[in-house]
Design a protein around this ligand. Structure first.
Ligand SMILES: N[C@@H](CCC(=O)N[C@@H](CS)C(=O)NCC(=O)O)C(=O)O
Length: 204
């Protein structure tokens, strides 16, 4: 059975949500999120940069939440949750999936890093504001795209929405704003998916 090494509230949410949507049996092993544990050779053998999540399927061990989601779709999805590879829609699916992690989540992650790595007295509101602005630029792009459609690909729910859902979840925590109404409606709608709700609370 697939095993996901997870910490509640972190990117494993995407993987759990995808497995719920696809009906794939899985088990979750909660790991110690302390920096000390994540530096151990045991954890580094699963995730070489000491981040979470990691996933095992038989002899395969992988890191990177987006790679896990894509692997699950390709191996177990039977065409569900993604358009046909090579199609224009698939290109859009890839675009929004990568955007969610590599462009939108990036400044949000920098806020976490800044707050965690720099002693409070030296933290810079200016740096944090800059990262929040960068995240809001992404939110604005999403807001325009999603204005007249329920999902990133129009009427079809796809794993790109799962990738984006987690980024919206951390955006609410790290760069909250009520400026982008379409994005807020979209995120509220995603949370009506039972897989999303299960993933958000998994391990709590
Ligand atoms: N691109 C990676 C990012 C992984 C990541 O940043 N995970 C966070 C939790 S959601 C983490 O482990 N942070 C601890 C750290 O960076 O020290 C993925 O999608 O799996």
């Amino acid at each position: 059975m697939i095993k996901l090494y997870h910490v509640p509230g972190t990117r494993g949410i995407r993987v759990i949500w995808a497995m719920e949507e696809l009906g794939i049996p899985y088990e979750i092993e909660l790991i110690d999120f302390s920096a000390e544990y994540r530096e151990t050779p045991e954890w580094r053998s699963k995730n070489p940069v000491g981040k979470v999540p990691a996933m095992e399927d038989g002899d395969l061990t992988i890191f990177e939440s987006g790679a896990m989601v894509q692997y699950l779709l390709d191996k177990y999805g039977e065409g569900r949750l993604q358009p046909v590879p090579g199609s224009d829609d698939h290109a859009r699916y890839l675009q929004w999936s990568w955007f969610a992690e590599s462009t939108f989540a990036r400044p949000l992650g920098e806020i976490v890093n800044h707050r965690r790595a720099i002693p409070e007295a030296f933290q810079s509101e200016r740096s944090i504001n800059e990262m929040q602005q960068r995240a809001h630029t992404c939110l604005e792009a999403l807001d325009q795209h999603i204005a007249n459609q329920p999902y990133l690909l129009g009427d079809s729910f796809s794993a790109a929405d799962i990738m984006m859902g987690y980024s919206l979840y951390i955006c609410d925590l790290l760069a909250p704003t009520d400026k982008y109404k379409n994005s807020a409606r979209y995120w509220e709608h995603l949370q009506t998916h039972s897989g999303c709700r299960i993933a958000l609370t998994a391990g709590r």
